[in-house]
Write a protein that binds this ligand. Structure first.
Ligand SMILES: [Zn+2]
Length: 233
């Protein structure tokens, strides 16, 4: 049996080559999901090393958060867009798991991470969840939280409404669109906790802002925000 498997491996790889989800090139035997070249050329923001970084500036005056950081810049047509598209629309969950791990490793030595009690992925509405079958932010968050040794909570906050595409809306329209979109279902769990919200990509920050506001109504809560990618508006 073993002999048969070894004999068939090259044929199998010829028929089903293991391709990088970023660039489409064939992966080496020591690579999985994303090739080393893609990983090493993804545009890091290094926001976690910057005091009052652009992400924190974006949210300043809108919502009272502790910290915000993102790992990569989101470039239209870039590898990160390709990867997030694969995760979200082709259910390639291995992409979320791998990038979540890299993100966690990047933040391991950041001092404020020690203060985080719970990681919460931005939830999808029931209808969206039914349609898509899974939440891409949970996928990233599971791996991220596990590698930071933090509990992941996917039940304490729910999304009540499906928000229409934000792309062509003004800032006021966008805020109206997500207003009252989130509800905390178990306030006792979140009371006096520092919650880290995680999402795949941030553009305007309206969704994250609304979710953070819902949590901040609970007694003694603090909120920090992390996203895998940061789109420049
Ligand atoms: Zn690649």
């Amino acid at each position: 049996m073993h002999l048969l498997k070894n004999t068939l491996t090259p044929v199998y790889h010829l028929l089903f080559p293991n391709l990088c989800n970023g660039c489409g090139n064939e992966l080496l035997s020591n690579e999985a999901t994303i090739c080393t070249t893609c990983i090493s050329t993804l545009p890091l923001t290094k926001f976690h090393l910057i005091i009052n970084n652009p992400f924190e500036q974006k949210l300043a005056g809108r919502v009272n958060i502790e910290h915000a950081t993102a790992m990569y810049y989101f470039n239209k047509g870039g590898v990160i867009q390709e990867l997030l598209h694969g995760l979200k629309y082709q259910q390639k969950q291995a992409i979320g798991a791998l990038l979540g791990m890299y993100f966690a490793k990047q933040l391991l030595d950041v001092r404020w991470i020690a203060d985080i009690d719970i990681v919460i992925p931005i939830p999808l509405s029931k209808q969206k969840m039914k349609m898509r079958g899974f939440n891409q932010s949970t996928c990233i968050g599971e791996s991220f939280a596990a590698h930071l040794n933090k509990p992941l909570d996917t039940t304490s906050v729910v999304r009540l409404k499906n928000t229409a595409s934000q792309t062509h809306k003004t800032r006021v329209e966008r805020m109206d669109n997500v207003k009252d979109a989130f509800m905390v279902t178990s306030p006792n769990t979140l009371q006096h906790k520092h919650i880290m919200l995680i999402d795949d990509v941030v553009t305007t920050g309206a969704t994250l802002e609304e979710c953070a506001q819902a949590i901040l109504k609970i007694d003694g809560t603090k909120v920090s925000i992390v996203t895998l990618a940061y789109a420049i508006e």
